[in-house]
Design a protein around this ligand. Structure first.
Ligand code: ZN
Length: 180
């Protein structure tokens, strides 16, 4: 856990998140030319949970290795003893509406990444970056970042092919409740 007062973490968030936002947009733009829309088959398992707007704008890149550089400050973060997984080793990672993965995703993994697509759309990239960095610095752990907790929590409730809830309404409720 990063030692320090919460205002120190908030200053660190304010200073670093513009670079993270720039990184996200840069990766998205770099990957878009190699990306494809969601296949009809992949869409089948998740489409009852998501708005058509997200299902139609999401783009997928499958590449192994992922060949995506770690975000800015990753080595500094590790130097401080914080644990942040290597992006290149992640099963999948989402930059705005582009999901990069190393192999075709299971419907649960696709669902999780689509939650991030919805979060990006409702928050905007710069706000998403700010909340992601803040959540990481405050909790000291990737798994405790509220944007991830939301995705993991909804993923737990996901049953392929069923329609138990609207993902967009759930993410909107997290925003409304200032849970991020
Ligand atoms: Zn995630």
């Amino acid at each position: 856990m990063l030692k320090g007062q919460s205002w120190v973490k908030d200053v660190a968030t304010a200073l670093t998140s513009p670079f993270v936002s720039h990184y996200i947009i840069g990766q998205r733009n770099r990957l878009v030319p190699r990306s494809v829309p969601l296949s009809a088959y992949a869409r089948l398992g998740v489409e009852t949970y998501f708005s058509a707007i997200d299902l139609e704008r999401v783009r997928i890149v499958i590449s192994d290795p992922l060949a995506i550089a770690d975000p800015p400050f990753t080595s500094a973060v590790r130097h401080l003893g914080l644990d942040f997984p290597s992006v290149g080793l992640a099963a999948a990672i989402t930059f705005d509406y582009v999901i990069a993965c190393r192999e075709p995703m299971t419907s649960s993994l696709l669902f999780h990444e689509l939650i991030h697509v919805v979060q990006y759309r409702l928050l905007g990239v710069s706000s998403f970056a700010n909340l992601y960095v803040r959540g990481f610095l405050r909790s000291g752990s990737y798994h405790d970042i509220p944007l991830e907790c939301c995705a993991f929590e909804l993923e737990q409730r996901f049953i392929p092919g069923k329609a138990a809830f609207s993902a967009e309404a759930e993410v909107a409720a997290w925003i409304e409740g200032q849970r991020f």
